[in-house]
Ligand binder design. Structure first.
Ligand code: SLL
Length: 276
């Protein structure tokens, strides 16, 4: 994705997956684990390719909307499904993905907002997370001024980054995932005030205990499922390269033929002069 026309990145915002002020003694069989937090950084957004001048006007672009773990982290131990709600002009606009890669690739002509709903596995015990991705097909005027007009080679990327924070995770989730994940960074962050804690921390618990806030990062498992659309681009790029190579060979052949024709003509002139 390195050769993108635009990359719009929204900086991380903490997300609330459950209402705040949950009493963690609310479920005796599956209580919340105090003093614990699981942070899962995700990326979501859209990548769009213009299909060129010859493309059908209703299918001028091919695009992919996706949710994935940052640094290719595996989300499948936490996520049960990702639902993408497309524009009603698409056949079966509600697309449910139950395994990675969580992405939908389509062709179309227009931009719209895509609703994303992340459902967590039952053991996580949290509410659904709702996000919105802006499908962008056409670069803005300032982007055109900066990087030139749209080409079939450069995708237009809109990527957002978010951290799913599971504050005081349920025992079932802690046993299955949190406990087994290696902690790589644990830092005290005393700057957040209590109110921010209350509003933004997912996973209940209320947060405002006056203590310093601990930020923990984990070594996440890599996701084995590779993005299908990335493979598609690579194929397309390879085909374009092949086409370019063929074009170069064809041009070289034409140049050689022309040279031969000129040399033959010169030879005939020389032969004529010798005979004279
Ligand atoms: C717009 N409000 O007017 C938006 C709607 C809808 C895009 C965009 C359908 C493609 C297909 C398609 O691209 N819809 O029918 O296969 O720009």
């Amino acid at each position: 994705m390195g050769d993108a026309t635009t990359t719009t990145t929204t900086t991380a915002t903490t997300t609330a997956t459950t209402p705040t002020n949950i009493d963690y003694t609310d479920n005796e069989q599956n209580p919340r684990v105090p003093e614990e937090e699981y942070v899962l950084p995700i990326s979501y957004g859209s990548v769009a390719y213009w299909l060129g001048k010859k493309a059908d006007e209703y299918h001028s672009h091919e695009w992919t909307v996706y949710v994935r773990g940052q640094n290719n982290a595996d989300l499948s131990r936490v996520i049960e499904s990702v639902t993408f709600q497309l524009h009603p002009s698409f056949a079966e606009p509600k697309r449910v993905l139950t395994e990675p890669p969580y992405e939908v690739t389509e062709t179309g002509w227009g931009e719209f907002e895509i609703g994303i709903e992340i459902k967590f596995r039952p053991e996580v015990g949290e509410e659904k997370e709702k996000l919105m991705a802006n499908l962008k097909l056409f670069p803005d005027a300032d982007e055109v001024a900066k990087s030139g007009p749209q080409t079939t080679k450069k995708p237009l990327v809109v990527e957002n980054r978010e951290e799913l924070i599971f504050h005081k995770p349920r025992k079932s989730f802690w046993e299955k995932v949190v406990k087994k994940s290696k902690r790589v960074l644990e830092e005290e962050d005393g700057e957040e005030d209590d109110e921010t804690n209350n509003n933004n921390n997912a996973g209940g618990g209320g947060g405002s205990d006056g203590k310093k806030h601990k930020k923990v990062t984990f070594a996440y498992d890599e996701c084995e499922a590779k993005s299908k659309h990335e493979a598609l681009w690579k194929q397309r790029e390879a085909k374009m390269k092949d086409d370019e190579e063929l074009m170069k060979l064809w041009c070289a052949q034409k140049v050689t033929e022309e040279r031969c024709r000129v040399l033959k003509a010169q030879l005939m002139v020389l032969e004529g002069q010798l005979l004279d």
